[in-house]
Design a protein around this ligand. Structure first.
Ligand SMILES: Cc1ncc(C[n+]2csc(CCOP(=O)(O)OP(=O)(O)O)c2C)c(N)n1
Ligand SMILES: [Mg+2]
Length: 370
């Protein structure tokens, strides 16, 4: 790196925090993230490494408010008997899906779990097709065929939620492999739970991804439970970064209720994956406030734990973090407008028509024509 570029780098780092990820995206061959990390000792414990811009931070806050309003709206409708099937809410975990997807580009691809609402919204899904899909409407993102667990939108790089625990992990690896073969500048990211971390497929996928240096990021949403089973009854270890490190994959544990911490960790791992340095893993530690699903009878989560994590609400934390930079009035306006957006989407989606199902005409690969 020339002296002029280095000076510019130092200046940008001083003014904006470490710019390594964006710099690398602009000049993929410059390899400057390595240099940047060496020079400025930027890593996830450094508050400025890969920091989101103020606009990105505000957008993460807004999207978390959208998701919370969605979850609470679904909870209210469930109580009125207006939902069908279980719904897996992610109240209190919004910072994981929103922070992780905010660090990606539009061409990157994501798989998620049965608890994927924050990932859907984070990757750009609008509220009406999302709510429409949850209620099986024709206007839903998948024409009313997916339900809340299986929503996908290929144009958004949202490969989908998944009702099979762990199944999104190899799917993301497959996409990463295709990106590598096609020499695309993108990465894939899988969000999965601590229950999914007990499946063999995570281990197989990590082995293959590390061996082939696949451009992917594993984001483990550690919320303390798989169904009703607490982590210490499922696993002999509580720190799942150890497993990734066993496959030679760099891994870090972050506060999953801090959207900026999640963003920075993902941005960091995504930058190395884009450079061809292989996969990275993030354990985002959070808590499942609302039980497993709307059909959960509860009674097995300690009330002190719930109180502890409610006091660390990711939306409250994000608002506090923004308060120095943004007027409280402006933050109030953002919240009000997000709540209105969700209210309107519920009204529209619930009055949208149900699909008329007909047998689909055969298409490739079931016909001879492609
Ligand atoms: C292969 C498979 N095994 C079991 C289940 C039943 N099941 C649904 S969700 C779940 C627990 C998942 O826990 P975790 O991965 O931590 O996700 P969380 O619900 O905490 O978000 C289980 C065992 C399933 N859907 N698929
Ligand atoms: Mg879990």
């Amino acid at each position: 790196m020339g002296r002029l570029a280095l000076a510019r780098y130092r200046l940008m780092a001083l003014l904006n925090g470490c710019p390594c990820q964006k710099w690398c995206q602009m000049r993929p061959l410059a390899k400057c993230a390595h240099i940047c990390i060496d020079i400025f000792s930027c890593n996830r414990s450094d508050a400025v490494a890969n920091a989101p811009s103020l606009d990105e931070h505000v957008e993460m806050f807004r999207k978390m408010v959208l998701v919370r309003a969605l979850e609470e709206g679904l909870g209210a409708l469930h109580k009125e008997g207006k939902t069908r099937g279980p719904i897996h809410r992610c109240d209190g975990q919004e910072a994981v899906g929103i922070g992780a997807t905010a660090a990606l580009t539009a061409g990157d691809k994501v798989t998620t779990t049965h608890r994927g609402h924050a990932v859907y919204v984070g990757k750009g899904m609008q509220m009406r097709p999302l709510i429409g899909e949850i209620f099986g409407r024709e206007t839903g993102a998948c024409g009313g065929r997916a339900g809340h667990m299986l929503i996908a939108d290929a144009d958004l790089g949202l490969i989908g939620g998944n009702a099979i625990v762990g199944a999104g992990i190899p799917a993301a690896a497959g996409m990463a492999y295709s990106m590598q073969v096609l020499a695309q500048p993108n990465i894939s990211l899988c969000v999965f739970g601590d229950g999914a971390a007990q499946t063999g497929i995570w281990h197989e996928t990590m082995n293959m991804a590390a061996l082939w240096k696949l451009p992917m990021v594993f984001v483990l949403e550690h919320n303390g439970f798989g169904l009703t089973v607490p982590t210490d009854v499922q696993s002999p270890i509580d720190d799942f970064t150890l497993r990734a490190k066993g496959y030679g994959i760099p891994a870090v544990s972050v506060d999953g209720n801090d959207a900026v911490a999640v963003y920075q960790a993902v941005a960091d791992m995504a930058a190395r994956a884009r450079r061809g340095d292989g996969p990275g893993m993030i354990e985002a530690r959070t808590y499942r406030i609302e039980g497993f699903s709307t059909s959960d009878m509860g009674g097995y989560q300690a009330s002190e734990d719930i109180a502890h994590w409610k006091a660390r609400d990711p939306i409250v934390l994000a608002r506090k973090a923004l308060e120095g930079a943004i007027d409280a009035d402006q933050l109030d306006r953002i919240e009000r407008s997000a709540l209105q957006e969700v209210r309107t989407a519920f009204e529209q989606a619930l009055s949208d028509p149900m699909p008329v199902f007909a047998v689909d005409t055969a298409s490739a690969p079931y016909t001879e024509q492609a």
